[in-house]
Design a protein around this ligand. Structure first.
Ligand SMILES: Cc1ncc(C[n+]2csc(CCOP(=O)(O)OP(=O)(O)O)c2C)c(N)n1
Length: 341
């Protein structure tokens, strides 16, 4: 099935957002998006050298979705993600050093080296994981939304998951309760077209996944997940609805992953031509190109931003390599929640 353009009007274009937000914000988005890309390219390299063990699922190709969506929330808002979580964690403010050290299994990692790639966590920045069970994080995000409503807070929750999670029972139970109880949760389905090696059309009777919201009388939207401006605009509308009216939204972000499902997947289930076609929409190329067209990024500045991001990632690698491994006694800690005294 060919990738179709996202439906619905694009409510604000790049020029409108530049006027509204100013050049510094857009340049900051670029810096963050590039950080996610370079961080993962480096992680892939370290994995190939055997320095990182376990699974490694890369977000490469999908960065415009996470960057645009997380740019639309405040620091005190929550993000919950699946196992393809490095980008969401970094974008929510996780220190790249702690993120890289976690991949290396070092004690200085965000989960003390005991979680690894799929279990990033950062309570301080309200990034609540990193979850390995497909769809398992969706009820958790719904519960956080319930807590916010219960204490009459005004935070919102962004819950990210893949299209492979959308036929899980946990998804449907969460949709029903979130709509019924009017919870401030924005469910973002990152439809990257494949669940491991299974294309969407072999697993779903529905192509327009946002229609699932209709069954629960919930707001819905579709965004072009390769276009940061579209993502930001529509997620911002959903955030406003969640914060002010306490209503949830289901957003389908149509995106694409450029790498295999994980590092061990050669992705033979798709053609080279399909991948090449999709890579024409690579946000890490199209976004700076747009910034240059808007006249707010020069080639010189672009080079400086790239150098700065590479330096940050290099420092993260050095930090991870020099950090110690967890002591064996750590096997027995953090297994159960400890009572606070
Ligand atoms: C409940 C459950 N069933 C099966 C798996 C094995 N599994 C891991 S990833 C995956 C595919 C999920 O695809 P999707 O939700 O679209 O996310 P993506 O990997 O595309 O980001 C499956 C079936 C799992 N982790 N959990």
């Amino acid at each position: 099935m060919p990738r179709k353009a996202a439906k619905g009007k694009k409510t604000a274009g790049a020029a409108d957002l530049l006027k509204e937000l100013g050049p510094d914000t857009l340049l900051d988005w670029y810096r963050k998006m590039l950080l996610v890309r370079v961080f993962e390219q480096q992680a892939a390299k370290a994995y190939s050298l055997g320095k990182i063990g376990g699974f490694l699922h890369l977000y490469i190709g999908q960065e415009a979705t996470g960057t645009g969506a997380i740019a639309a929330i405040r620091d005190e808002d929550y993000v919950v993600a699946a196992y393809r979580d490095h980008g969401h964690a970094l974008l929510k403010g996780m220190d790249p050093k702690k993120a890289m050290a976690e991949l290396y299994g070092k004690v200085t990692g965000c989960s003390k080296g005991k979680g690894g790639s799929m279990h990033f966590f950062d309570a301080e920045h309200r990034f609540l994981g990193g979850h390995g069970i497909v769809g398992g994080q969706i009820p958790l995000a719904t519960g956080v939304g319930f807590k916010i409503k219960y204490v009459e807070g005004d935070e919102v929750v962004l819950c990210f998951f893949g299209e492979g999670a959308i036929n899980q029972g946990a998804f449907h139970e969460s949709m029903n309760l979130a709509a019924l109880w009017k919870l401030p949760v924005i469910y973002i389905c990152e439809n990257n077209r494949y669940a491991m090696g299974t294309p969407l059309e072999r697993a779903s009777s529905l192509f327009d996944l946002s229609q699932k919201a209709c069954a629960y009388n919930m707001r819905r939207d579709v965004v072009d997940g390769m276009d940061i401006f579209d993502v930001y605009t529509k997620v911002s509308e959903a955030v406003k609805a969640a914060r002010q009216d306490k209503v949830p939204t289901l957003i389908e972000a149509r995106t694409y992953r450029f790498r295999g499902h994980s590092m061990s997947d050669p992705a033979h289930y798709r053609t080279k031509e399909e991948l090449e076609e999709q890579m024409k929409h690579d946000p890490i190329l199209t976004f700076p190109r747009k910034l240059k067209e808007l006249g707010i990024l020069t080639d010189e500045q672009d080079k400086a931003i790239q150098a700065e991001v590479k330096r940050v990632v290099q420092e993260a690698v050095e930090f991870a390599e020099k950090s110690p491994e967890p002591d064996l006694s750590e096997l027995f800690t953090d297994v159960y929640a400890e009572e606070e005294v």
